[in-house]
Design a protein around this ligand. Structure first.
Ligand SMILES: Nc1ncnc2c1ncn2[C@@H]1O[C@H](COP(=O)(O)OP(=O)(O)O)[C@@H](O)[C@H]1O
Ligand SMILES: [Mg+2]
Length: 313
Protein backbone atom coordinates (compact mmCIF):
# COMPACT_ATOMS: atom_id res chain seq x y z
CA UNK A 1 0.00 0.00 0.00
CA UNK A 2 1.53 3.35 -0.95
CA UNK A 3 1.26 6.19 1.56
CA UNK A 4 -0.80 8.14 -0.96
CA UNK A 5 -3.44 5.44 -1.20
CA UNK A 6 -6.51 6.52 0.76
CA UNK A 7 -6.48 3.13 2.48
CA UNK A 8 -3.32 3.90 4.39
CA UNK A 9 -3.10 7.62 4.85
CA UNK A 10 -4.06 8.56 8.38
CA UNK A 11 -1.64 8.64 11.28
CA UNK A 12 -3.81 7.72 14.23
CA UNK A 13 -3.20 7.04 17.90
CA UNK A 14 -2.70 3.41 18.89
CA UNK A 15 -5.30 2.14 21.34
CA UNK A 16 -2.76 1.84 24.15
CA UNK A 17 -1.66 5.46 23.62
CA UNK A 18 -5.14 6.92 24.13
CA UNK A 19 -5.62 8.81 27.41
CA UNK A 20 -6.66 6.51 30.24
CA UNK A 21 -9.90 8.44 31.06
CA UNK A 22 -11.01 7.97 27.46
CA UNK A 23 -10.33 4.22 27.42
CA UNK A 24 -11.91 3.77 30.85
CA UNK A 25 -14.94 5.83 29.85
CA UNK A 26 -15.40 3.77 26.70
CA UNK A 27 -15.11 0.54 28.68
CA UNK A 28 -17.68 1.84 31.17
CA UNK A 29 -20.19 2.18 28.33
CA UNK A 30 -19.17 -0.71 26.09
CA UNK A 31 -17.79 -3.27 28.48
CA UNK A 32 -14.26 -4.55 28.19
CA UNK A 33 -12.59 -3.90 24.83
CA UNK A 34 -10.94 -7.21 23.93
CA UNK A 35 -9.28 -6.04 20.73
CA UNK A 36 -8.94 -2.67 19.02
CA UNK A 37 -8.11 -2.60 15.33
CA UNK A 38 -7.01 0.94 14.48
CA UNK A 39 -8.09 1.99 10.96
CA UNK A 40 -5.58 3.75 8.75
CA UNK A 41 -8.04 5.05 6.11
CA UNK A 42 -8.93 8.74 5.91
CA UNK A 43 -6.94 11.84 6.77
CA UNK A 44 -8.01 12.74 10.28
CA UNK A 45 -5.50 12.32 13.11
CA UNK A 46 -8.31 11.23 15.46
CA UNK A 47 -9.20 7.84 16.89
CA UNK A 48 -10.79 5.42 14.39
CA UNK A 49 -10.94 1.82 15.54
CA UNK A 50 -13.00 -1.30 15.15
CA UNK A 51 -13.56 -2.63 18.66
CA UNK A 52 -14.19 -6.22 19.62
CA UNK A 53 -16.12 -6.29 22.88
CA UNK A 54 -16.22 -8.86 25.67
CA UNK A 55 -19.87 -9.71 24.96
CA UNK A 56 -19.01 -10.67 21.37
CA UNK A 57 -20.37 -7.44 19.91
CA UNK A 58 -18.27 -5.40 17.49
CA UNK A 59 -18.47 -1.60 17.10
CA UNK A 60 -16.62 1.17 15.29
CA UNK A 61 -15.51 4.14 17.41
CA UNK A 62 -14.11 7.46 16.25
CA UNK A 63 -13.14 10.45 18.32
CA UNK A 64 -11.02 13.55 18.73
CA UNK A 65 -10.15 15.90 21.60
CA UNK A 66 -12.95 18.43 22.01
CA UNK A 67 -10.47 21.31 21.68
CA UNK A 68 -8.95 20.01 18.40
CA UNK A 69 -9.38 22.15 15.27
CA UNK A 70 -11.39 19.33 13.63
CA UNK A 71 -13.77 18.78 16.57
CA UNK A 72 -16.56 20.65 14.76
CA UNK A 73 -16.59 17.96 12.08
CA UNK A 74 -17.16 15.23 14.65
CA UNK A 75 -20.00 17.26 16.17
CA UNK A 76 -21.49 17.74 12.70
CA UNK A 77 -21.29 14.00 12.06
CA UNK A 78 -23.07 13.29 15.35
CA UNK A 79 -25.90 15.63 14.22
CA UNK A 80 -26.22 14.13 10.74
CA UNK A 81 -29.25 12.00 11.52
CA UNK A 82 -29.63 9.51 8.69
CA UNK A 83 -32.75 7.43 8.09
CA UNK A 84 -32.30 3.71 8.81
CA UNK A 85 -32.58 2.86 5.13
CA UNK A 86 -29.59 5.05 4.20
CA UNK A 87 -26.57 2.96 3.16
CA UNK A 88 -24.55 3.99 6.19
CA UNK A 89 -23.69 2.32 9.49
CA UNK A 90 -26.06 3.33 12.30
CA UNK A 91 -24.73 5.82 14.86
CA UNK A 92 -25.39 4.12 18.22
CA UNK A 93 -24.45 7.04 20.43
CA UNK A 94 -22.13 9.98 20.83
CA UNK A 95 -20.72 11.49 24.00
CA UNK A 96 -17.91 13.58 25.42
CA UNK A 97 -15.64 11.18 27.31
CA UNK A 98 -12.48 12.31 29.05
CA UNK A 99 -12.54 15.53 27.02
CA UNK A 100 -12.90 13.68 23.71
CA UNK A 101 -15.87 13.78 21.35
CA UNK A 102 -16.68 10.12 20.67
CA UNK A 103 -19.05 8.55 18.16
CA UNK A 104 -19.86 4.83 18.26
CA UNK A 105 -21.32 3.12 15.19
CA UNK A 106 -22.41 -0.32 14.10
CA UNK A 107 -19.32 -2.06 12.76
CA UNK A 108 -19.08 -2.77 9.05
CA UNK A 109 -17.00 -5.87 8.32
CA UNK A 110 -16.04 -4.63 4.88
CA UNK A 111 -13.17 -3.31 2.81
CA UNK A 112 -12.58 -0.09 0.93
CA UNK A 113 -14.15 -0.04 -2.52
CA UNK A 114 -11.81 -0.89 -5.39
CA UNK A 115 -12.27 1.68 -8.12
CA UNK A 116 -9.89 0.81 -11.00
CA UNK A 117 -11.25 0.06 -14.49
CA UNK A 118 -12.88 -3.35 -14.65
CA UNK A 119 -13.65 -3.54 -10.92
CA UNK A 120 -17.19 -4.72 -10.21
CA UNK A 121 -17.26 -2.29 -7.27
CA UNK A 122 -17.53 0.67 -9.67
CA UNK A 123 -21.10 0.00 -10.82
CA UNK A 124 -22.14 -0.88 -7.24
CA UNK A 125 -20.72 2.37 -5.88
CA UNK A 126 -22.32 4.46 -8.65
CA UNK A 127 -25.69 2.77 -8.01
CA UNK A 128 -25.41 3.41 -4.27
CA UNK A 129 -24.51 7.10 -4.68
CA UNK A 130 -27.15 7.49 -7.41
CA UNK A 131 -29.76 6.15 -5.00
CA UNK A 132 -28.91 8.46 -2.09
CA UNK A 133 -31.20 11.30 -3.19
CA UNK A 134 -34.31 9.12 -3.03
CA UNK A 135 -33.75 8.45 0.70
CA UNK A 136 -32.17 11.80 1.66
CA UNK A 137 -34.66 14.25 0.11
CA UNK A 138 -36.00 16.33 1.76
CA UNK A 139 -32.87 16.78 3.85
CA UNK A 140 -33.56 14.77 7.05
CA UNK A 141 -30.85 16.31 9.25
CA UNK A 142 -30.98 19.65 11.10
CA UNK A 143 -28.48 22.50 10.79
CA UNK A 144 -26.92 21.28 7.54
CA UNK A 145 -25.44 24.23 5.63
CA UNK A 146 -26.61 25.03 2.09
CA UNK A 147 -24.20 23.71 -0.54
CA UNK A 148 -23.49 26.89 -2.49
CA UNK A 149 -22.76 29.00 0.59
CA UNK A 150 -20.66 26.27 2.21
CA UNK A 151 -18.70 25.14 -0.85
CA UNK A 152 -18.09 28.55 -2.47
CA UNK A 153 -15.37 29.22 0.10
CA UNK A 154 -13.76 25.86 -0.43
CA UNK A 155 -14.04 24.27 -3.88
CA UNK A 156 -12.01 26.71 -5.98
CA UNK A 157 -8.43 27.70 -6.50
CA UNK A 158 -7.73 29.22 -9.90
CA UNK A 159 -8.19 32.84 -8.88
CA UNK A 160 -5.52 32.44 -6.20
CA UNK A 161 -3.23 30.48 -8.54
CA UNK A 162 -3.72 33.04 -11.34
CA UNK A 163 -2.85 35.88 -8.96
CA UNK A 164 0.45 34.24 -8.11
CA UNK A 165 1.22 31.32 -10.46
CA UNK A 166 3.48 28.71 -8.82
CA UNK A 167 6.62 27.79 -10.79
CA UNK A 168 5.65 24.11 -10.94
CA UNK A 169 2.11 24.67 -12.25
CA UNK A 170 1.02 22.15 -14.87
CA UNK A 171 1.49 23.51 -18.44
CA UNK A 172 -2.16 23.12 -19.46
CA UNK A 173 -3.27 24.98 -16.36
CA UNK A 174 -0.72 27.73 -16.93
CA UNK A 175 -1.87 28.25 -20.55
CA UNK A 176 -5.52 28.44 -19.49
CA UNK A 177 -5.24 30.17 -16.12
CA UNK A 178 -7.44 33.16 -16.95
CA UNK A 179 -10.34 31.17 -18.31
CA UNK A 180 -10.03 28.60 -15.52
CA UNK A 181 -10.36 31.46 -13.02
CA UNK A 182 -13.36 32.87 -14.91
CA UNK A 183 -15.18 29.52 -15.09
CA UNK A 184 -14.62 28.02 -11.66
CA UNK A 185 -17.68 29.54 -9.98
CA UNK A 186 -20.43 28.95 -12.60
CA UNK A 187 -21.52 25.63 -11.03
CA UNK A 188 -22.50 27.33 -7.77
CA UNK A 189 -25.81 28.54 -9.25
CA UNK A 190 -26.81 24.86 -9.69
CA UNK A 191 -25.50 23.59 -6.33
CA UNK A 192 -28.48 24.24 -4.06
CA UNK A 193 -31.28 21.78 -3.42
CA UNK A 194 -33.00 19.94 -0.58
CA UNK A 195 -31.01 16.69 -0.58
CA UNK A 196 -28.64 15.74 2.22
CA UNK A 197 -25.27 15.31 0.51
CA UNK A 198 -22.24 13.54 1.89
CA UNK A 199 -19.75 16.06 0.57
CA UNK A 200 -16.61 13.95 0.99
CA UNK A 201 -16.96 10.96 -1.28
CA UNK A 202 -13.65 9.20 -1.70
CA UNK A 203 -12.47 5.64 -1.55
CA UNK A 204 -11.62 5.70 2.16
CA UNK A 205 -15.27 6.50 2.94
CA UNK A 206 -16.71 3.70 0.78
CA UNK A 207 -16.93 0.31 2.50
CA UNK A 208 -17.98 -2.76 0.55
CA UNK A 209 -19.29 -6.08 1.81
CA UNK A 210 -20.65 -8.99 -0.23
CA UNK A 211 -24.17 -7.56 -0.03
CA UNK A 212 -23.88 -3.83 0.53
CA UNK A 213 -21.94 -0.69 -0.28
CA UNK A 214 -21.77 1.72 2.67
CA UNK A 215 -20.87 5.39 2.78
CA UNK A 216 -19.21 6.33 6.09
CA UNK A 217 -17.92 9.59 7.58
CA UNK A 218 -20.84 12.01 7.23
CA UNK A 219 -18.77 14.74 8.86
CA UNK A 220 -19.07 17.51 6.29
CA UNK A 221 -22.61 17.24 5.02
CA UNK A 222 -24.28 19.92 2.91
CA UNK A 223 -27.85 20.41 1.72
CA UNK A 224 -27.84 20.66 -2.05
CA UNK A 225 -28.40 19.18 -5.49
CA UNK A 226 -27.85 15.41 -5.97
CA UNK A 227 -25.43 15.77 -8.91
CA UNK A 228 -22.70 16.99 -6.54
CA UNK A 229 -22.00 13.67 -4.77
CA UNK A 230 -22.15 11.85 -8.11
CA UNK A 231 -19.74 14.26 -9.81
CA UNK A 232 -17.29 13.78 -6.92
CA UNK A 233 -16.92 10.15 -7.97
CA UNK A 234 -15.41 11.05 -11.36
CA UNK A 235 -12.00 12.39 -10.23
CA UNK A 236 -11.75 9.47 -7.80
CA UNK A 237 -12.32 6.99 -10.63
CA UNK A 238 -9.60 8.78 -12.62
CA UNK A 239 -7.34 8.66 -9.57
CA UNK A 240 -7.93 4.90 -9.50
CA UNK A 241 -6.80 4.50 -13.11
CA UNK A 242 -9.81 5.31 -15.32
CA UNK A 243 -9.33 7.55 -18.32
CA UNK A 244 -11.53 10.66 -18.09
CA UNK A 245 -13.95 9.35 -20.78
CA UNK A 246 -14.21 5.97 -19.02
CA UNK A 247 -14.81 7.62 -15.65
CA UNK A 248 -17.52 9.81 -17.15
CA UNK A 249 -19.12 6.88 -18.90
CA UNK A 250 -19.41 5.00 -15.61
CA UNK A 251 -21.23 7.88 -13.89
CA UNK A 252 -22.96 9.62 -16.83
CA UNK A 253 -26.36 7.87 -16.72
CA UNK A 254 -26.77 8.65 -13.01
CA UNK A 255 -25.64 12.26 -13.48
CA UNK A 256 -27.88 12.78 -16.51
CA UNK A 257 -30.84 11.53 -14.49
CA UNK A 258 -30.38 14.48 -12.10
CA UNK A 259 -30.99 16.94 -14.95
CA UNK A 260 -27.79 18.93 -14.36
CA UNK A 261 -26.32 20.71 -17.39
CA UNK A 262 -23.05 19.75 -19.07
CA UNK A 263 -21.71 23.29 -18.49
CA UNK A 264 -22.30 22.95 -14.76
CA UNK A 265 -20.30 19.72 -14.60
CA UNK A 266 -17.49 21.28 -16.64
CA UNK A 267 -17.32 24.25 -14.29
CA UNK A 268 -17.33 21.89 -11.30
CA UNK A 269 -14.50 19.81 -12.79
CA UNK A 270 -12.52 23.05 -13.17
CA UNK A 271 -13.31 24.12 -9.60
CA UNK A 272 -12.25 20.77 -8.18
CA UNK A 273 -9.01 20.82 -10.13
CA UNK A 274 -8.43 24.32 -8.76
CA UNK A 275 -9.25 23.27 -5.21
CA UNK A 276 -6.79 20.41 -5.22
CA UNK A 277 -4.14 22.37 -7.16
CA UNK A 278 -4.35 25.13 -4.57
CA UNK A 279 -4.62 23.06 -1.38
CA UNK A 280 -1.92 20.57 -2.37
CA UNK A 281 0.51 23.52 -2.17
CA UNK A 282 -0.54 24.56 1.34
CA UNK A 283 1.66 23.65 4.31
CA UNK A 284 0.84 20.22 5.77
CA UNK A 285 -1.57 20.36 8.71
CA UNK A 286 -0.19 19.00 12.00
CA UNK A 287 -0.40 15.18 12.25
CA UNK A 288 -1.65 14.69 8.68
CA UNK A 289 1.61 14.08 6.78
CA UNK A 290 0.11 12.32 3.73
CA UNK A 291 -2.66 14.75 2.84
CA UNK A 292 -0.77 17.11 0.51
CA UNK A 293 0.77 14.26 -1.49
CA UNK A 294 -2.67 12.76 -1.98
CA UNK A 295 -4.10 16.14 -2.99
CA UNK A 296 -1.32 16.59 -5.58
CA UNK A 297 -2.28 13.25 -7.18
CA UNK A 298 -5.95 14.21 -6.99
CA UNK A 299 -5.17 17.58 -8.59
CA UNK A 300 -3.53 15.79 -11.50
CA UNK A 301 -6.60 13.54 -11.92
CA UNK A 302 -9.01 16.47 -11.80
CA UNK A 303 -6.86 18.44 -14.27
CA UNK A 304 -7.12 15.61 -16.81
CA UNK A 305 -10.88 15.57 -16.20
CA UNK A 306 -11.17 19.34 -16.75
CA UNK A 307 -8.94 19.20 -19.86
CA UNK A 308 -11.09 16.40 -21.28
CA UNK A 309 -14.33 18.29 -20.68
CA UNK A 310 -13.19 21.72 -21.90
CA UNK A 311 -11.14 20.47 -24.87
CA UNK A 312 -8.93 23.53 -24.31
CA UNK A 313 -5.43 22.95 -25.61
N1 LIG B 1 -18.77 1.70 10.80
C1 LIG B 1 -17.55 1.32 10.43
N2 LIG B 1 -17.19 0.01 10.53
C2 LIG B 1 -15.94 -0.41 10.20
N3 LIG B 1 -14.97 0.42 9.73
C3 LIG B 1 -15.29 1.74 9.59
C4 LIG B 1 -16.57 2.25 9.91
N4 LIG B 1 -16.58 3.57 9.68
C5 LIG B 1 -15.36 3.89 9.22
N5 LIG B 1 -14.57 2.79 9.16
C6 LIG B 1 -13.13 2.74 8.74
O1 LIG B 1 -12.40 3.71 9.46
C7 LIG B 1 -11.79 4.66 8.56
C8 LIG B 1 -11.88 6.04 9.17
O2 LIG B 1 -13.23 6.34 9.49
P1 LIG B 1 -13.90 7.70 9.04
O3 LIG B 1 -15.27 7.75 9.64
O4 LIG B 1 -13.82 7.83 7.58
O5 LIG B 1 -12.98 8.74 9.80
P2 LIG B 1 -12.13 10.00 9.34
O6 LIG B 1 -13.00 11.15 9.64
O7 LIG B 1 -10.95 9.94 10.22
O8 LIG B 1 -11.81 9.85 7.87
C9 LIG B 1 -12.54 4.52 7.23
O9 LIG B 1 -11.68 4.80 6.14
C10 LIG B 1 -12.96 3.05 7.27
O10 LIG B 1 -11.93 2.24 6.76
MG1 LIG C 1 -13.03 9.29 6.32
Amino acid sequence: MTPSSPSDTAVRPAWADLPRPLRDGLAARLGEVRRAHVQTGGFTPGLAARLQLADGDQVFAKGIPADHALAGKYQAEARTALPDIAPAPRLRWDAVIGGWIVLVFDDVAGRHADLPPGSSDVARVVAMVGGLASVLTPCPAPKVPAAAAELSDMVHGWRELAASPPADLNGWARRNLDRLARTETAWLTAADGDTLLHGDINRSNLLVTDDEVYLVDWAQPVRGAPWLDLADLIPHLILAGHTPPAAEQAVAPAITATGVSAQTITSYAIAFAGYWSRTSRDPAPPDVPNLRKYQARAAHAALTWAAHRTRWS
